[in-house]
Write a new protein. Structure first.
Length: 250
């Protein structure tokens, strides 16, 4: 009798775990990118750029994304129009218009069309560690390059964290997912005697909130050569980094 009870308990435990896993995987990813007209998101943006081929400088901004409209596109998908504005981190100056982008709910994806009409797929169903997808598959030849040395081609998106807490600035979000878009690096540390590159891009979304963090960097380092100017090596023009972190939303 005792063994029978143990078997029954183990069976129910297995069924419960299976249902919990299935429920997690069947979660619609739109829950992590909820859109509605009137929503406003404020982000802190750290923008790093290269100067003089050797030094990096970082500028800091506040970015405001305002969901301005909702429509059904020619494919029958629900789309949202988002106006982006930018100002300094103290908001001492009025927000200035920056760009218009769109969020599109596809049949099994959430898609992002940026201000240059480049279309990305930041989220895809099912929500599972086994799910991978070509997030840049829609890019045409005009939008495929980030810099002269780096391309969007071949990026294989995947979920690396599901239903985990994540802290951004002073706020902790209890239910988040992390999408690794690319993590390509020739070497861990830059060495002046070798060509080095690093391209890394990731995004974090909170359930019921949306995008809470985006981080992308792209560096390409040329080794030292025997000239007075570049003897110690240098970074290729166009190297950059951008980090976007959610400050508030309503």
């Amino acid at each position: 009798m005792k063994y029978w009870i143990v078997i029954v308990l183990l069976t129910f435990s297995f069924i419960a775990c299976k249902k919990q896993t299935e429920k997690l995987r069947l979660t619609d990813v739109t829950a992590y990118y909820p859109m509605s007209v009137g929503k406003v998101f404020i982000y802190r943006m750290d923008s790093t750029r290269l100067i003089n081929f050797t030094n990096f400088v970082t500028a800091y901004y506040l970015v405001k994304d305002s969901v301005a409209g909702r429509y059904v596109d020619i494919l029958g998908d629900t789309s949202y129009t988002v106006f982006r504005y930018i100002t300094d981190t103290l908001a001492s100056q009025p927000y200035q218009y920056s760009e218009t982008h769109s969020i599109v709910y596809g049949s099994s994806t959430v898609e992002y069309i940026d201000g240059n009409n480049a279309r990305f797929i930041p989220l895809a169903n099912p929500l599972s560690f086994n799910t991978t997808w070509s997030g840049n598959i829609y890019l045409d030849s005009a939008h495929q390059r980030i810099t002269d040395n780096t391309s969007y081609l071949g990026w294989n998106y995947q979920y690396t964290s599901i239903n985990q807490p994540y802290t951004v600035l002073d706020s902790t979000y209890q239910n988040t997912i992390t999408v690794l878009q690319v993590a390509d690096s020739s070497l861990g540390d830059f060495e002046i005697h070798k060509i080095n590159s690093k391209t890394y891009s990731t995004e974090v979304y909170a359930k019921g909130v949306g995008l809470i963090e985006k981080n992308i960097i792209d560096y390409f380092f040329q080794p030292e050569i025997d000239t007075p100017v570049y003897k110690a090596g240098y970074y290729e023009d166009g190297c950059f980094g951008v980090k976007l972190r959610l400050v508030s939303y309503k």
